[in-house]
Design a protein around this ligand. Structure first.
Ligand code: DAH
Length: 358
């Protein structure tokens, strides 16, 4: 019996001495495991005389309970200590600003930013957003916009053509966003007020041209619409976009097949060192084309030009971005250079809104 008590003492002090969970588990296996000492004693009971079996059994069982209890207690303690150590060493100060977080490293591309600015301004003026596919029919990109086959404007557009189909029709990569006008007028009843920002494609590449660039188209159709409305909308847009109270704009008579009369619009600016100041009439920069929708275009989409008129405009998003944020080379926009994007890009959290400022 005293042997049993010694064994118990041995285990209890081994348990107390175990300073980590693996060591403690070794003690458990050596005591209570299948080949453990206490298990062996239990198995040995069968060899005893029946009258000794009961008392011995009870004694061994008591030791077993006491060792198992001590192991359980020690285990809970070690686990709690380990947790406390982790809580001490892995402490994070959540009140620190997230300076190094990915959200502060990513940048919004200036084109995306300007695209958002433009849609925000026109949304505020009551314009809805319209879309069209990049692969367009020749009809929508040209014919219905009053640019028939053999018209010189087709050559000017440097079009990317797809192979001719069996029926002789050809698809194109849209050369401008104007086909969205056609799609909208064919699908919706006036009054119509839409803008259509998007990618366009022309086979052209130098410092101010890339084969893919961005335009935004505007279209208003109603029963009483005139050039005065067009001028007002464009002026409001420019003031909001360039964030100035006054803009000087010059409407120059021009020609587009899909508008009559047509105008090109220049915006006045001056240079102070490297800075561009919007306003004044020192220098002019062309930013858009516009005009009253040509009666032929209205007829082509089934609208009666005797009842409806409207105006349209088209501007280059990339050009507006270059002007507003002073970026000299258009090709850098699409070079995918992280250093450029870090310098000219915008914070992800800096979403343009009319209320919050552009
Ligand atoms: N589609 C013309 C272009 O790409 C731009 C344009 C000019 C659009 C006049 C218009 C407009 O809607 O009325 O050069």
């Amino acid at each position: 019996m005293s042997e049993l008590l010694t064994l118990e003492q041995e285990f209890l002090s081994a348990i107390e001495a175990a300073n980590d969970l693996p060591t403690l588990d070794e003690v458990r296996v050596s005591a209570l495991g299948k080949k453990g000492k206490i298990s062996a004693l239990m198995q040995g009971l069968g060899k005893l005389a029946p009258e000794d079996r009961k008392t011995h059994g009870q004694a061994i069982n008591a030791v077993k309970q006491s060792v198992a209890g001590a192991i359980e207690e020690r285990k809970t303690r070690l686990e709690r200590d380990a947790l406390n150590i982790r809580l001490q060493t892995e402490r994070e100060d959540v009140t620190l600003p997230v300076r190094g977080a990915p959200v502060n490293q990513g940048r919004i591309h200036p084109i995306s930013q300007v695209w958002e600015e433009i849609t925000e301004i026109f949304a505020d003026l009551g314009f809805a957003m319209a879309e069209g596919p990049h692969i367009e029919t020749d009809e929508n990109n040209f014919t219905k916009l009053n640019i028939p086959a053999e018209h010189p404007a087709r050559q000017e557009h440097d079009t990317f053509y797809f192979n001719e189909k069996e029926d002789g029709s050809r698809r194109v990569l849209r050369t401008h966003t104007s086909p969205v006008q056609i799609r909208t007028m064919e699908q919706e009843k006036p009054p119509i007020r839409i803008i259509a920002p998007g990618r366009v494609y022309r086979c052209d590449s130098d410092q101010t041209h890339t084969p893919m660039f961005h335009q935004v188209e505007g279209l208003v159709i109603d029963k009483e619409t005139h050039m005065g409305h067009l001028k007002w909308v464009l002026e409001e847009f420019c003031k909001a976009f360039f964030e100035v109270d006054d803009v000087t704009m010059r409407f120059r008579a021009s020609h587009f097949p899909f508008t009559e009369p047509s105008a090109e619009v220049d915006i006045g600016y001056s240079k102070k060192g490297d800075e561009l100041l919007i306003g004044g009439d020192e220098n002019w920069l062309e930013i858009l084309g516009c005009g009253m929708v040509h009666p032929n275009v209205l007829t082509n989409v089934g609208l009666d030009p005797e009842v409806y008129q409207g105006f349209a405009f088209g501007m280059g998003i990339d050009r507006l971005a270059m002007l507003k944020y002073g970026m000299p080379d258009l090709r850098a926009f699409f070079a995918g250079d992280m250093r450029w994007l870090k310098h000219y890009g915008f914070s992800v959290l800096n979403t343009p809104t009319i209320a919050g400022g552009l």
